[in-house]
Design a protein around this ligand. Structure first.
Ligand SMILES: [Zn+2]
Length: 155
């Protein structure tokens, strides 16, 4: 079978099995760069605001997904956010078992679209949607401009 013939099974095309190594690096982009610099240098969590439709974005976006306009306005997030969803994690990213379960959640901010998935600095039995939380940052001078500059979100 060739590519000009129609099929719903890609395995029916002439093929050979194999693996392709694909290493990649995601850059943080222009908006991410400014977000992480603000976090590192000033301890601020920033989002962007579309001047056309008023939608506010976190993490910050340079283009509005609502009206497709370029976004130029930067705004600081409110001090408090709200846990939109929470879960308990028992396995690390490398697949190893954590010594103690951790609480993670989606933290949203009033007036902003989006949010952060991050560690909740509570015991697992206290992790729940609706919990009001604040970001706990690493001390000034120890921050590196990474999402881990936020230690987590605490009630
Ligand atoms: Zn917009």
């Amino acid at each position: 079978m060739t590519f000009t013939e129609r099929t719903t099974d890609a395995r029916s095309f002439r093929h050979w099995p194999g693996n392709v190594e694909a290493d990649y690096i995601y850059t943080s982009g222009i908006a991410g760069e400014r977000f992480f610099r603000e976090l590192r240098d000033h301890g601020r969590l920033m989002g962007t605001r579309c001047s056309e439709c008023g939608t506010q974005w976190v993490p910050p976006k340079l283009f509005c997904e609502e009206c497709f306009k370029e976004v130029h306005d930067w705004v600081e997030l409110p001090r408090e956010g709200t846990v939109g969803a929470a879960c308990i994690v028992g396995v690390a990213l490398d697949g190893s078992r954590l010594s103690a379960p951790e609480a993670w959640g989606l933290v949203r901010f009033a007036g902003f679209r989006g949010g952060f998935v991050h560690r909740l600095l509570v015991t697992p039995d206290r992790a729940r949607a609706g919990l009001r939380v604040r970001a706990v940052l690493k001390p000034e001078g120890t921050r590196t401009g990474a999402i881990t500059d936020i230690r987590g979100f605490s009630p």
